[in-house]
Design a protein around this ligand. Structure first.
Ligand code: GRF
Length: 203
């Protein structure tokens, strides 16, 4: 299925998804990388990989979130996009946009949700003294980082961890987890039951 990856900066999760999708048997085709910032480093990586890229600068729209999203919808529609993977996309989406892409849009978040939604998750995990931390892929709903959980991976928090060391340990798991989750979505293996995600076996 034709998939767009939405990014705002580095794009390492995007890179992991591109690597997975290079396999012809992978059910998601990355047809577009869309950034809300022209200076996102991930755009160059995507272009190098031969992927179609686009920029819709959120800055130009100020507080007009609906206008920004309408401009994105135009780009997505023109490419026949069916699925979206948010990968370090730093704009909050409106209820309208999330409703239109309901069940078809994933996000990766660097914590074991529902712990630590929002920003600065690694610093907050260290401050809280949790012994386990990790990452979550979830379906996107209007509440930020609140959608049904698709997959999680946990890592230990070690006594000498700094924010950067912990972030790197989590990021390695993100790169493993996200390609699996997108594969399940694209292959039609995810089913919502009473608001929770069920994973069906591969057909
Ligand atoms: C990742 O930690 C992701 O979980 C979070 O933002 C970061 C993006 O990193 N949403 P990258 O752009 O994928 O390298």
């Amino acid at each position: 299925r034709r998939t767009a990856i939405l990014i705002s900066s580095r794009g390492s999760n995007m890179g992991a998804l591109l690597a997975a999708a290079a396999d012809p048997a992978y059910p998601a085709e990355i047809a577009l990388v869309l950034s809300n910032r022209a200076d996102a480093a991930g755009l160059a990586l995507a272009a190098e990989a031969g992927i179609d890229t686009a920029v819709v600068e959120s800055r130009r729209f100020g507080r007009d979130r609906a206008g920004f999203e309408a401009a994105m919808e135009e780009v997505l529609g023109a490419r026949g996009i069916e699925l979206i993977a948010l990968a370090g996309f730093m704009r909050v989406l409106t209820e309208g946009f999330t409703a239109r892409w309901s069940g078809r849009m994933l996000n990766i978040h660097p914590s074991l949700l529902p712990a630590f939604p929002g920003l600065d998750t690694h610093a907050r995990a260290l401050a809280a003294g949790v012994r386990l931390h990790g990452c979550t892929v979830h379906l996107v709903t209007p509440g930020v980082d609140e959608g049904p959980i698709v997959a999680q991976a946990a890592v230990p928090v070690l006594p000498d961890d700094t924010e950067d060391v912990l972030a790197a340990r989590v990021l390695a798991e993100e790169h493993r987890l996200y390609p699996d989750a997108l594969r399940w979505l694209a292959a039609g293996q995810l089913r919502l039951e009473q608001g929770r995600v069920q994973l069906d076996n591969a057909p």
